[in-house]
Design a protein around this ligand. Sequence first.
Ligand code: GSH
Length: 263
Amino acid sequence: MSTTKKAHTTPPYELIYWPTIPGRGEFIRLVFEATGTPYTDIANETKDGISAVLALKDETATTSGDGNPPAFAPPALKIPGQGKDGKALVIYQTPSILAYLGNKLNFAGTDEAEKHYILSHTLTALDLNNETHDTHHPIASQLYYEDQKPEALRKATDFRESRLPKFFGFFERVLKGNEEGGGKFLVGGKLSYADTTLWHVLDGLKFAFPKELAAREKEFPALFGSFYGSVKEVSGLKEYLASDRRLQYSQGVFRYYPELDRQ
Ligand SMILES: N[C@@H](CCC(=O)N[C@@H](CS)C(=O)NCC(=O)O)C(=O)O
């Protein structure tokens, strides 16, 4: 990564997210990696970093520190010196963090209209992410998958048969309509956080539903041909994806249960 120069000019961004899984923290990591921005992934990089995640999750807290309001759930981003009275700013909600970083790191298009298109497409990609989670936890997040298997099967079947083609078809149209992007970018002529976010959801879906995705990819040539293939080759991302910082899918949003995949 060419991070040396930026290290002197960007604040020491601190990602507060669960360790060991990509999870929703990955959407934030990809922005840092694609832009060559230094950051600390506190729970993965420091011994007691998990305490920052647990503090964030404290359901009795009335602040997340430095006068910031409490956060509902990880991920959160802490930016020293950018909050009220020169204190740290703590923000949460994945799309809110992405929009903040997109502006700061020049990763949110080239004008006001593009900025809004990018946020809109990101929210749609995150809707797909959330619907993926619901395929294995359709009844309750706090119950085990094993406690909701029949419902999960119904949910996953509908998801694969109805929702996936609807989302994929939508993004295929977005890519085809953005002539400037040449099939590589959702908005305009350069990479944005909408691209990295959608890319990670597609990648996670390939892990979670390998047979379904293999069968469907040819229906969406822009999405799985040019777009998926080009984003992972982007400088910064390519190196990150090959590194041990890229965490393996396991028991997060993207899980592999063969019985939920196409049979
Ligand atoms: N919409 C929120 C969802 C946050 C979320 O669900 N975080 C998960 C971890 S990925 C969590 O710990 N949730 C706890 C809860 O919802 O009680 C976002 O995108 O940041």
